[in-house]
Design a protein around this ligand. Sequence first.
Ligand SMILES: Nc1ncnc2c1ncn2[C@@H]1O[C@H](COP(=O)(O)OP(=O)(O)OP(=O)(O)O)[C@@H](O)[C@H]1O
Length: 331
Amino acid sequence: MAQAVTAPPGAGVPGRAAALRVRGLAKTYPGGHRALDGIDFDVAAGEVFALLGPNGAGKSTTMRILTTLSRPDSGTAAIGGVEVDRDPQAVRRMIGCVAQQSGVDPAGTGRENLTLQGRLYGLSGRDLADRVDELLEMTGLAGFADRGAREYSGGTRRKLDIAMGLVHRPRVLFLDEPTTGLDPEIRAEIWQHIAGLSAAGAVTILLTTHYLEEADRLADRVAILDQGRLITQGTPAELKGALDGDAILVEVVDPETAGAARRILERLGRVREVSVDGCTVRAWVDDAAAAVPHVLAALATDGVAAASVAVTRPSLDDVYLRHASRKGSGR
Ligand SMILES: Nc1ncnc2c1ncn2[C@@H]1O[C@H](COP(=O)(O)OP(=O)(O)OP(=O)(O)O)[C@@H](O)[C@H]1O
């Protein structure tokens, strides 16, 4: 089995300036819970970097420290070369934050919310009006600009939150679970907006997410955080490529036979990491083309009927599950 790409301290993109640099960041909350246990990473200017991890892994704690809302016990974090602890005011001017909780004032219109946010950052007059129009256009909110935000759907409100985070042209945008709770259609629309921002190259993005597909689609690099430690980081392709082999998915006709199918596969020499989810039995093999006939023959010999067999290349889900299972944690 190939080793996963482990996180070299401060791994970043060679030759690109770090917009964000984190070294040895640690935090223990009152009561003794160690939420961060010394993490290192760099995010290059213009990159989209996704922090993944199960509940309680330390993602929000990392976000809070980087956005100056909380202090680490040790280690350093710098945005554009400025340490967050040393000059939080300067850091706040360089960053935009879209928190899980919406910052939209439901009593105002979209335009009013954006205008107020711009004023808080010192924008005024024509500059501010132009920036507000630009953002309304960019996030597809022009048609809703003068409606009360109270009437907005969850997705529209989230788009306004993102626009508000961008009003002062931050160098780094923090998105904390930007699409959690939104339906797939709106999620896809928001992904398009984030991808558009990234393609324009004007802003570096750090996002946290529970959706592996989101990280796979949007992120140039991802890091998996678990129990306060960064257990792996790299591009989605690197992380997937580090998992040797293919996944075989066998769907059994009768769910009662899934356990038997699992035991049969576990007895086959060339199959490893067999798991069951309902009617589907999943296993890893080095060479799917060679393994599939043996799998089917073994199932048929023991009288287990298979409805279908599929072979897939490793996904980011597989990367996540491999690391989560190594650590013995769930998702
Ligand atoms: N203010 C606090 N006081 C004490 N413990 C805290 C505090 N905030 C977070 N924790 C604990 O620290 C750990 C990390 O929490 P954090 O919110 O950073 O995780 P997370 O990865 O963002 O999780 P989620 O995906 O659920 O938001 C958790 O065990 C959490 O219970």
